[in-house]
Design a protein around this ligand. Structure first.
Ligand code: PLP
Length: 388
């Protein structure tokens, strides 16, 4: 066992069941361990390094900002922060941005905004947030309450009050849940990521948006994993032809640095006033400069490439023995394999391809700009492992 792995086991809290691989460096979609072993990165640190490892343009943007100022607090203005907010509004149609540092924190911000809106508009008893069974919204005590998977809740109760869960793709259950509660917001992932890379039905998503519109309930779309080009559109909700009131995002936004965003639509753009919410690190200029470099490069050309590579992966896997079904959108892909997903991931790792799991699926979240030849090499390995 290496010194790093040994010391990690001694000094790092035991929350992560890591693979026995140390990653030292990389370039684009390839990473290396200290012994020189090469791996193709089909997980991008869980959908984070959107343009790959040590991406040159991103590095330039980040290091330039590091040479100027690394942090100011939110008592002062900085250009990267406002540049990023403008870009996000232009690309999403949302009106105002609150910056946080992670996905869970972005969701916390969305929940606070929704509760304040409903309290002022309908009364303080309208605080319930409806989320879906099998959803994942984060690990804080409130976003755990939002997460519709009981196994994450055990031993951490009592969680924050005012969350109810309804099954995905069941419109009549949704309607009765909304009737039975005083609802501030409905929060969904258009593609449940941690839940197994399951895209919601279009009819269901449209019904959610309809109910929200009719009842003046806020529609929050959690795009922490699906956002920023991952599904072949800028945001996954754009695949469904709906307009959310609040969109949250994080993971791929910063290209590898921690940043989250709450994007506020028309109705809620002014819900936050001075002192209602805040974050010491939120809107950090280095993270924002990195994110500007990422977001400004997600254009129609890149999204076309994402969709082409997606089609390539679906076509190859759909005809592969040992792959029972393929789910997801864009470069967010789940594979139901005949062998247990964990065994496939372990075998792929031995053969130099890093993949993820989500529930019983093998999950792929490659870089948005993964070169076609490297993608083909990785898919060949994955298919050979599935067919073995
Ligand atoms: C990863 C994830 C989160 C939590 O993000 P953190 O940055 O780990 O707090 C929330 N929602 C979804 C959909 C996610 O995939």
């Amino acid at each position: 066992m290496s010194q790093v792995i040994n010391d990690d086991r001694l000094y790092i809290a035991g929350t992560y069941n890591r693979f026995p691989v140390e990653i030292e460096k990389g370039e684009g979609s390839v990473v290396y361990s200290p012994d020189g072993k090469r791996y193709i990165d089909m997980g991008t640190g869980i959908g984070v390094t959107a343009f790959g490892i040590a991406d040159k343009e991103w590095q330039k943007a980040v290091t330039a900002q590091l040479g100027l100022v690394q942090h100011t607090s939110n008592l002062y203005y900085t250009k990267p922060c406002v540049d990023l907010a403008r870009l996000l509004c232009e690309k999403s149609g949302m009106k105002k941005i609150f910056f946080a540092n992670s996905g869970a924190e972005a969701n916390e911000g969305a929940i606070k905004a929704a509760r304040k809106y409903a309290a002022e508009k309908k009364g303080e008893d309208y605080y319930t947030i409806v989320t879906l069974v099998n959803s994942f919204h984060g690990r804080t005590v409130t976003t755990l309450a939002a997460t519709g998977q009981e196994h994450y809740h055990q031993l951490f109760k009592p969680l924050t009050d005012g969350f109810v869960h309804t099954p995905a793709n069941d419109i009549s259950s949704l309607e009765s849940t909304v009737k039975a509660n005083k609802v501030a917001a409905i929060m969904i992932e258009c593609i449940q990521g941690e839940g197994g890379v399951l895209a919601l039905d279009e009819d269901f998503v449209k019904a959610v948006a309809d109910i929200c519109g009719k009842e003046d309930i806020l529609l929050i779309v959690d795009e922490v994993q699906t956002g920023n080009g991952r599904t072949g559109k800028m945001y996954a909700y754009m695949n469904y032809g709906i307009t959310p009131d609040i969109v949250t995002t994080a993971k791929g936004l910063g290209g590898g640095l921690p940043i989250g965003a709450v994007m506020l639509g028309e109705k809620v753009q002014n819900v936050y006033g001075f002192g209602d919410h805040g974050s010491t690190f939120g809107g950090n200029p280095v993270c924002c400069a990195g994110a500007v470099s990422i977001i400004s490069r997600i254009d129609d050309k890149l999204l076309d490439e994402v969709n082409q590579k997606s089609k390539y992966i679906f076509d190859r896997l759909n005809s592969a023995k040992g792959a029972q079904s393929v789910s997801g959108m864009g470069l967010m892909i789940g594979i139901k394999t005949t062998k247990p997903a964990g065994d496939v991931v372990k075998k792929c790792m031995e053969k130099g391809v890093l993949c993820l799991t989500a529930k019983d699926k093998v999950r792929l979240l490659p870089a948005l700009n993964i070169p076609q030849n490297i993608l083909e090499e990785a898919i060949n390995v994955i298919i050979s492992v599935c067919e073995e």
